[in-house]
Design a protein around this ligand. Structure first.
Ligand code: SF4
Length: 356
């Protein structure tokens, strides 16, 4: 039995119908690849359609402001992907007159495009003979061939790449890579693989050894680091009933760079409410007249790949001196305007919890 032939036969009958597959346009394939990294297909599809409607061409994406791009991306997480996509679109327009790269080597010159994305686009759009190895592909190969190399080691990665290159049917790289992706997410799934109805089963080493869940091998997962965020919602009503509050644009490097945030204090350890309110950084407001804590703080947890954020939000009503002092440092927004600003899912959860 030939692995590639069986897989392609399965794909012809069961492959997913996706908009970028129908069009085969490199811009759409590029968008889909960036959006779908670390994102479930159902959620990604929705974002893809909205993103393409907002920025139908690479020129439209390049001409948009970063704020507009982040706004469309909001909720997907991993915001550096959106920033890189935007910068790359500008690079394509300024350096290549809007002509998209035509080979994996050219794609690799764009910011944020790594070997997986370059191979995926070049194989799908131009049928370049390259394997595209993502988590699905590593898992399928590791199980079918019972590979003991760990997928998070350099030697392991080389081994998988060599194997995938050898399996790749020349001239059919696009279909093969997409078949691997679909097979990995629909059949050889991470937690509940459908081994009983799997066409590959007769040649699957992991199944034969009853060790499906032992693959893929990993050296060891890093535990996420705990971070403690103490947020202040400094708000008032003007006119009565219309909530106004202060926000700031994050300039600090990191996942939420250039997104809007509430004034906050970050810590690597848990600290008491009293310590937060008497901290020297906040004396410019809590040392003045005109603030009142009318509501209990709200606690929310937010999990990122490498961080576990324990967020505590303090709603503080402000007026007079305190409000004037805050005006010097922060930007005023209303609930309606805030809705239009790019912001983290954490912040969105808090505001809707408090004022829904
Ligand atoms: S038999 Fe199970 S583990 Fe093996 S390829 Fe099929 S679904 Fe994956």
């Amino acid at each position: 039995m030939d692995f590639a032939a069986v897989l392609l036969e399965w794909y012809e009958k069961n492959g997913r119908e996706l908009p970028w597959r129908k069009s085969g346009h490199p811009y759409e394939i590029w968008l889909s690849e960036v959006i779908l990294q670390q994102t479930r297909m159902e959620q990604g599809l929705d974002y893809f359609e909205r993103f393409l409607e907002a920025f139908p061409t690479v020129e439209a994406l390049a001409a948009a402001s970063q704020e507009q791009v982040l706004r469309q991306w909001q909720g997907l997480g991993y915001y550096s992907r959106a920033r890189n996509l935007h910068k790359s679109a500008q690079q394509v327009v300024s350096e290549r007159g809007g002509r998209l790269p035509g080979s994996s080597k050219e794609w690799l010159r764009l910011k944020g495009v790594g070997s997986y994305t370059a191979a995926a686009i070049a194989s799908m759009a131009f049928n370049e003979d390259l394997p595209a190895l993502d988590g699905n592909v590593y898992r399928v190969l590791a199980r079918v061939f019972a590979i003991e190399h760990s997928i998070d080691s350099a030697a392991g990665k080389r081994h998988f790449e060599e194997l995938a290159t050898n399996l790749l049917p020349r001239g059919r790289a696009g279909a093969f890579n997409q078949a691997m992706m679909d097979f990995g997410s629909l059949v050889c799934r991470p937690v509940h693989p459908l081994c009983v109805q799997c066409m590959i089963q007769p040649m699957c080493e992991a199944f034969a050894r009853d060790r499906v869940h032992d693959y893929p091998r990993r050296k060891g997962k890093k535990q996420p680091v705990d971070r403690y965020f103490y947020y202040f919602l400094f708000y008032w009503e003007e006119p009565p009933g219309a909530k106004q509050f202060f926000v700031q644009e994050r300039d600090k490097k990191g996942i939420w760079q250039h997104m809007f945030d509430l004034p906050l204090m970050e810590s690597s350890v848990k600290i008491s409410d009293e310590t937060v309110f008497t901290h020297a950084d906040w004396r410019f407001v809590f040392g003045l007249e005109g603030w009142r804590q009318e509501q209990q703080p709200v606690d929310l947890k937010h999990l990122l790949t490498h961080r576990r954020i324990h967020a505590r939000f303090y709603p503080v009503r402000v007026s007079g001196q305190a409000r004037r002092a805050l005006h010097q440092r922060y930007q005023q927004t209303s609930r309606e305007d805030f809705h239009e600003l790019p912001k983290s899912r954490l912040l969105e959860r808090f505001i809707s919890r408090l004022w829904s």
